[in-house]
Design a protein around this ligand. Structure first.
Ligand SMILES: Cc1cc2nc3c(=O)[nH]c(=O)nc-3n(C[C@H](O)[C@H](O)[C@H](O)COP(=O)(O)OP(=O)(O)OC[C@H]3O[C@@H](n4cnc5c(N)ncnc54)[C@H](O)[C@@H]3O)c2cc1C
Ligand code: FES
Length: 508
């Protein structure tokens, strides 16, 4: 295993980003549009595409480069099989809403399928079965309950007793005729169509706040403003809370992906374990061969301790199941969970109907993000949509949520306090090249990273969102916040919100 480990790529790079993407200008002057969309991932781009097609004047702004958020780091299975969910949805929301959830995902899959066909988009799209399997008795009974839920909801699925790998499963459940694709090849074309229909994309343009009024204004870090009739926060984590208390009712989980050429041929299909830690498998074509994507090892952001350990665990699994021939890629990413597992899509609060959000996809954003875009378009065009109530952001008071609400916030409070009190005795001078750690400088806690050339980068470890202490993630060379998942580069620039301001740089 140690031999293999030395072959693992040193720096994380997602396979999907190995693609030519145009560069778009920064927004440099105050602007007025019908709809401003913040965030260039699957949600923002699909919403922009749909609205521009209707003749709406849309500006899409992106803090960095488009398609470099979670959408650029996904596994890109397009499926309504969102792990084990339907049995739980039936007991929490009832059969009718559980079925609606399924239909929203199936509609999204059909939307992607037909958009690809109509526009002849080359994006390695293929039909695949989605399979969830259990290795333990405990999870076998959960899979069985899920199979019962499929029956009740009329989902096209079947129970299986083996999968084509050396994994002894107790049982499994297939959802038929799902799909997979190359998400960036697909979305690159949607951006093109968006621009052809009159839409504008601005990169390196960060939204920091919203000014209320009859027409909301997006305030940018540059000091400029966008006035609009509707604002869509498709920024993954809403970049502005507007008293919606989203930071208290959502949490963020990271997961890890290896892109490998394997000794054994990949048999087709998309697999996920029901047992934890999660193991997920799919393949994607690369130069006439298969690149196998092995993913899993989810944990709350900033709480992964040794992040390289997660890659090594995936490596052991891949070696056992398929044999590793060559390492091609490794990367990791994070997604947002709501407390009841259903995304929030719609007006940010009952009082503010012109600001819309879409978030909380629980690692199923290819379908959830697409479903969100269709729903957001209908909100803005004032059209009926049967999914409005299911995804409403005001469904806050149901009891299972409240219990977890308390525990999520207890967890945040624990990190706020622990981070502040922790004493880390390392001195910056003790760091090796390419090592990061929390250190003490003049009696103060600071985040230090010594780069490959021996240059030291010091930052204030206080997260600029709500003040938790960030922690070093060696796997990605980033500072990660355990409270709501903000992530910063080693010298403090924001990689992932909700934070919008960089960590303060410190001098030695
Ligand atoms: C490891 C992993 C595997 C996954 N696998 C799957 C899968 O197989 N199938 C599936 O359906 N889903 C999967 N998902 C989930 C899916 O990838 C995400 O849910 C989805 O990509 C989220 O899309 P988004 O548009 O909401 O966010 P993003 O793609 O993150 O886009 C949001 C954008 O907003 C920008 N932004 C943020 N703040 C601001 C600001 N203040 N101003 C301007 N711009 C801003 C960001 O830079 C970013 O580009 C996976 C997720 C992970 C983490
Ligand atoms: S992300 Fe909220 S405090 Fe850091």
């Amino acid at each position: 295993m140690s031999d293999l480990h030395t072959q693992m790529p040193q720096f994380p790079e997602p396979y999907w980003r190995d693609l030519d993407l145009p560069i778009y200008n920064k927004l440099i002057e105050d602007t007025q549009v019908d709809v401003a969309i913040v965030g260039g991932g699957i949600t923002g781009i699909t919403t922009g595409y749909l609205l521009a097609k209707e003749g709406v004047k849309v500006a899409l702004i992106e803090a960095g480069r488009i398609l470099n958020g979670t959408t650029g780091h996904t596994t890109a299975k397009i499926t309504a099989q969102h792990g084990l969910i339907y049995d739980e949805l039936i007991s929490h929301f009832g059969e009718e809403k559980a079925k609606l959830y399924y239909e929203a995902s199936e509609d999204a899959l059909q939307f992607i399928r037909s958009t690809i066909q109509t526009n002849k988009i080359e994006c390695d799209f293929s039909d695949q079965d989605a399979i969830i399997y259990a290795e333990s008795d405990q999870y076998a009974s959960k899979v069985q309950n899920e199979a019962d839920a499929y029956q009740k909801l009329g989902i096209n699925g079947s129970v299986i007793d083996s999968i084509p790998f050396d994994i002894a499963i107790k049982t499994g459940l297939t959802m038929h005729k799902q799909a997979q694709f190359h998400p960036l090849k697909y979305l690159r074309e949607l951006v093109k169509l968006f621009i052809e229909a009159g839409g504008t994309v601005y990169e390196n343009t960060t939204a920091v706040d919203i000014e209320d009024g009859p027409n909301p204004k997006v305030l940018l870090r540059s000091g400029k403003k966008i006035s609009c009739n509707h604002l869509v926060a498709a920024s993954h984590y809403p970049f502005c809370d507007k008293k919606g208390l989203f930071f208290a009712r959502m949490y963020v989980e990271r997961a890890y992906i290896l892109g490998l050429k394997t000794k054994k041929a990949f048999p087709g299909g998309m697999y996920i374990s029901a047992d934890t830690p999660t193991r997920s498998l799919r393949s994607t074509p690369i130069d006439g061969e298969d690149l196998v994507l092995v993913s899993g090892e989810g944990h709350k952001t900033g709480q992964g301790i040794d992040t390289m350990k997660h890659y090594r665990n995936l490596e052991s699994f891949a070696e056992e199941v398929l044999g590793i021939q060559e390492y091609m890629y490794r990367w990791s990413a994070q997604d947002i969970y709501t407390l009841d597992k259903v995304p929030y899509i719609g007006p940010i609060t009952d009082e503010q109907q012109k600001v819309l959000i879409a978030t909380g996809y629980r690692k199923w954003g290819m379908t959830n993000g697409t479903a969100a875009a269709i729903l957001l378009k209908d909100y803005i065009m004032n059209k009926e949509n049967k999914y409005k109530e299911l995804f409403t952001t005001s469904r806050f008071h149901s009891d299972p949520e409240i219990k977890k609400f308390i525990s999520v916030n207890a967890d945040v409070a624990k990190h706020l306090i622990k981070g502040k009190l922790e004493f880390v005795p390392k001195e910056p001078g003790e760091l090796e090249n390419d090592e990061g750690a929390v250190v003490m400088v003049d009696g103060q806690r600071a985040g230090a990273y010594k780069d490959h050339d021996g240059q030291l980068h010091l930052v204030d470890t206080t997260c600029t969102h709500l003040g938790c202490e960030v922690e070093w993630n060696h796997g990605e060379r980033t500072w990660d916040c355990p409270c709501h998942g903000s992530r910063y580069s080693y010298d403090g620039e924001v990689f992932n919100g909700p934070a919008t301001k960089p960590l303060k740089k410190l001098d030695m």
